[in-house]
Design a protein around this ligand. Sequence first.
Ligand code: ADP
Ligand code: MG
Length: 161
Amino acid sequence: MEEIHIQTNSTEETMEIAKRIGEVIPPGTVLVLEGDLGAGKTTFTKGLAVGLGIKRVVNSPTFTIIKEYLGRLPLYHMDVYRLENREEELGFEEYFESDGITVVEWASNIKEQLPSSYIACTIHRIDEDTREIVVQSVGGENIDWIKEIIRNDNSISNGHV
Ligand code: ADP
Ligand code: MG
């Protein structure tokens, strides 16, 4: 599987890389965010939203499952943490198949309903301010454009592809 590793050393650095991704992310992309509580999934989504030109502040949608924001493209921010061990169909494919950007936190809870290809970002907490972000292409999803962002940006520390 194709993989990109990025290390960030602060909240702002994670926001910045996510913003750059949001600036060029292709319509219809599904982005799955994995990582423990406090890893930085919502922080990453906030940066992505800035890159999409969204003015509203993005907060964790834990109690609503899906929040929608409008920018250059719509952003559908899902947190399916509370759907553990539930089988019901909630119509996720409508979002996945749209031209908007769908971000899914705790996607392992809806594994069966995920599309055949997507980008998975796993955030590992190294210490208080350091995170390792592993970007993976699942099902043949193109991630070359993310490699380009890393290559062309000197402010991103320790990015390697
Ligand atoms: P999650 O959604 O994964 O539960 P949050 O994004 O809500 O996590 O919280 C991450 C916390 O870690 C925030 O308080 C953030 O400021 C802090 N943090 C510290 N360093 C980083 C970093 N390098 N990247 C992302 N978040 C960081
Ligand atoms: Mg969160």
